[in-house]
Write a protein that binds this ligand. Sequence first.
Ligand SMILES: [Mg+2]
Length: 266
Amino acid sequence: MSDFPIDFRESAKAEELIDKLASTPRLFVISDYDGTLAHHSTDIYGVEVNHDSIDALGAFAQLPDTFAAALSGRHLDGLKQVFPLRDPVMLGGSHGAETEGEETPFDEDMQRFLERVGGELEAIAADYEGVFVESKPFHRGLHVKALAERNPQQAEEALERGRAVDPGEYFLTEGKNIVEFSATTATKGKWIDAERQAVDATAVVFLGDDVTDEQGFDVLNQPTDLGVKVGAGATAAYLRVADIDEVATFLQALLTARQNFLAARQ
Ligand SMILES: [Mg+2]
């Protein structure tokens, strides 16, 4: 039996993990957005964000030898509509396929794939009230959250039909109440690997709530790095927080510890 994940409420152990992170030479704090910094909502642009978490991320990015990023399944433009921070806070969108300030390659094969899959998913969505297809630059996703709240069995049926759509040589991923097709091999894990090298981080903390965030936890070298899983469910992360309010408590505690470490170092 693994001793991990540690529950954030086991405060002595959680404090130890936070102090260790805070005292690394170059710290990189990366957070998922939906379900981690903000509540999930059926209105994807009307989500309620936790301001203490946003304040902490903004503050990390202002500290020396400390870096901060939001890394979301949303496309970059969509993320920017709901996430208020900008440079020096880094932004990754479309599960890491997009990086703020960088060009993203896109070819005709990808375009054709997205058109075909988008059409098939639209045909499924048309059969259910409250089911819709989200189009992102590299993804087409079938969303069933509104239907799942009313009729879980029908929502499962819609997801099942979505899973049956052929991804060809591309990819299908599943999240909470969504089946998503992707025309890119980008993952949150690859984004974290690339960007941690870019900032030359000596420790990375990544926070996320969904199954796609496990690809992020998988590339971490815990316990020097730290994965923080939000909510229930199997995870490779070494720390678990209960909800987005505890994310804020964690980030504020890490910020204070980091500020103290940097002040003592001078
Ligand atoms: Mg999430």
